[in-house]
Design a protein around this ligand. Structure first.
Ligand SMILES: Nc1ncnc2c1ncn2[C@@H]1O[C@H](COP(=O)(O)OP(=O)(O)O)[C@@H](O)[C@H]1O
Ligand SMILES: [Mg+2]
Length: 377
């Protein structure tokens, strides 16, 4: 009778765990909650979860009732150093729920007299994964427990599978949200560029034209004023559009340009000379200029490969974006074209130079040079 009651209680807890995993949207909250439920159903004392990234770096993402020996100094023993379970996880030896592993962290703790271990010396280690993808480890322990039955291990493994699937689901959702946000910002920026921007631009030209058509000085002043206002609005709008575009520079300029080009459906042939270690504003400028140059290649050049060269020297950085497309007749610095003039504006604001060369039927090259201040740290 007692046994049956216990069984029912276990099943209820397992159902609760499944519910938690099913409903959670926050990774750490979910792991924390599930860990606690798991400890209760298995009558264990403490547990923790390590995530391990592709590089092999680990981090503690959840823990429950760790002994004092492992929690001192803001859980210092859990955040650094190596241990046998992580070694096994990294080199692929830990495929299934491993039986008990002696805990190197606790052994160190005893040796170094870090504090009370609550009688814990061993723990079971269970890999967390979804399909082939590995996320990390679930470790559980109880005082003086040096053996886990095969039934216990099977249960741990079953829960670990569910946790792995839930982690995967949350990661996918997070990724999806990020992509949706980027897509939305891009769409907004594009819409503003194509609609409001073009209207303001027409307004500017109309005011300019109207000014020429009248002899009345008051009218001329009014049209000049309208023209100025339109110009200002254009500037504001342009700044807004640039701000809206996603950053994308987290992995560096070269990778950002390559990805951006690929996203547009272009093949990017990129050649880097020197080490790209640029001040933020220079990197940002090259990124924005590069983006617009790639947009133009996609929109106007009619080719699929773009050649980018970035060369960093001690006192300057040069970037060229070259395509062998249809080319166009470039009228020079006074162009009213928004994309080209905002490239120029960006580069000159950093005391740089820009050369736009284009030959009909042969292609286009945008060359940018930005000086770097000496003595930068
Ligand atoms: N790589 C290129 N190949 C061919 N034509 C180009 C290229 N870049 C720019 N152009 C021409 O220069 C014009 C001005 O470009 P831009 O100022 O970026 O404005 P937009 O791209 O909004 O038309 C384009 O409309 C196009 O005719
Ligand atoms: Mg353009």
């Amino acid at each position: 009778m007692e046994r049956e009651k216990q069984r029912i209680q276990e099943l209820q807890t397992l159902k609760l765990i499944a519910e938690t995993l099913n409903e959670a949207n926050d990774l750490e909250e979910m792991l924390q909650a599930v860990l606690k439920q798991l400890m209760q159903v298995m009558k264990l004392q403490c547990g923790w979860v390590f995530f391990v990234n592709e590089k092999g770096d680990f981090s503690l993402v959840a823990d429950y009732e760790l002994p004092p020996a492992l929690t001192w100094g803001n859980k210092k023993p859990m955040c650094e150093g190596d241990c046998w379970c992580l070694d096994r996880c990294k080199d692929g030896r830990l495929q299934r729920a491993a039986n008990v592993i002696e805990c190197k962290r606790l052994e160190d703790a005893i040796e170094e007299k870090w504090g009370d271990t609550n009688g814990i010396t061993h723990h079971a280690s269970i890999p967390l994964r979804a399909g082939e993808e590995k996320f990390g480890l679930l470790n559980v322990a109880a005082p003086h427990k040096t053996h886990f039955t095969s039934e216990e291990l099977a249960l741990l493994e079953a829960v670990a599978y569910q946790i792995g699937t839930a982690i995967k689901r949350i990661k996918l959702v997070e990724n999806e949200q990020k992509l949706a946000l980027l897509a939305e910002r891009n769409r907004l920026a594009r819409d503003l560029h194509d609609s409001v921007n073009q209207l303001l631009f027409s307004l500017l030209l109309t005011a300019r034209g109207a000014k020429e058509m009248t002899e009345d000085e008051n009218m001329k002043d009014t049209f000049t004023y309208i023209q100025q206002l339109a110009q200002e609005a254009l500037h504001e709008m342009r700044a807004l559009i640039w701000q809206l575009r996603p950053q994308g520079l987290e992995n560096g300029l070269a990778s950002a340009l390559k990805h951006y080009g690929n996203m547009l459906g272009l093949k990017i042939d990129i050649d880097i000379q020197g080490v790209i270690d640029l001040p933020n504003e220079v990197e940002e400028c090259l990124w924005r200029v590069g983006q617009e140059a790639l947009n133009n290649c996609k929109k106007h050049a009619g080719i699929s490969t773009v050649y980018i060269v970035i060369s960093v020297q001690s006192n300057k950085v040069k970037m060229s974006v070259h395509d062998q497309g249809c080319g166009f007749h470039y009228i020079g610095e006074n162009t009213l074209s928004l994309g080209l003039s905002s490239m120029r504006e960006r580069v000159t604001s950093l005391n740089g130079e820009i050369h736009i060369k284009s030959t009909i039927g042969e292609g286009t090259t945008i060359q940018v040079m930005i000086p770097l201040k000496r003595g930068r740290g």
